[in-house]
Design a protein around this ligand. Structure first.
Ligand code: SAH
Length: 223
């Protein structure tokens, strides 16, 4: 089903994702329409599939980006603060920035320096992306995302774009109350999306969603 959403342009890709029910809200649709995936995916940018971006990383499939945004949406109000762990190409970082608007902040954290630079460089390909970088609405930082990014905490929403081997407490600790974490977690050979809510009273609710296939959240390669 997911693969049937491929298009010949950014607009047709987003239209097909919407028609197939993978994008449900106007807000996510608008945010994705404003980011040209060709600035982020080196090949077949309008295919609904992951694409390699080097350094053993991939830009995730558009339907996964849509699903992450839909799932986090109530925590992505204008002005919200968001952490994007494993920001890779920077595509989702840019979409999240559109959702939280100019009064919001999105921090993309990556542990491979060339990918930190790639995320920033990809965003700088558009005038709107350059404005977001210059204003500080979007920031790319280098670090081990399994520990979150304490400097920017607490966050309304945290997205993790690589599969965690365990539930990292630092990420939940850095959520606001209320706040939401979207994270793929590896369990044996399988991976599942977990949506983890920190409630207003500080209690935590974990919900296991659907099966997925992400690259793993790892130690940084030795350079
Ligand atoms: N959201 C990105 C996904 C990139 S793939 C996109 O769609 O473009 C997952 C990314 O997680 C890779 O770029 C990889 O380098 C990064 N990553 C893996 N382990 C990490 C860690 N411990 N800390 C930060 N980033 C990590």
């Amino acid at each position: 089903m997911a693969w049937r959403s491929s298009g010949s342009s950014n607009e047709s890709l987003i239209t097909n994702l919407t028609r197939n029910g993978l994008i449900e809200s106007e807000r996510v649709k608008d945010a994705m329409l404003k980011v040209d995936r060709a600035h982020y995916a080196p090949s077949s940018p309008y295919e609904d599939s992951p694409q390699p971006i080097g350094h053993a990383a991939t830009i995730s499939a558009p339907h996964m980006h849509a699903s992450a945004c839909e799932s986090l949406l109530t925590y992505l109000s204008p002005g919200a603060k968001v952490l994007d762990v494993g920001s890779g190409s920077g595509y989702l970082t840019a979409v999240l920035a559109n959702l939280v608007g100019p009064t919001g902040t999105v921090i993309g954290i990556e542990h491979i320096q060339p990918l930190v630079d790639m995320g920033r460089g990809n965003m700088a390909k558009s005038e709107e992306g350059r404005r977001m970088l210059d204003s500080g609405q979007v920031k790319f930082v280098k670090g081990d995302g399994r520990k979150g990014w304490a400097e920017g905490a607490p966050y309304d929403a945290i997205h993790v774009g690589a599969a965690a081997a365990e539930h990292h407490k630092e990420l939940t600790d850095q959520l606001k109350a209320p706040g939401r974490l979207f994270v793929p977690v590896a369990e044996g050979h399988l991976q599942h999306i977990y949506v983890i809510d920190k409630m207003e009273d500080g209690s935590v609710d974990k919900q296991k969603k659907f099966g997925v296939q992400y690259v793993p959240l790892t130690d940084a390669p030795k350079s």
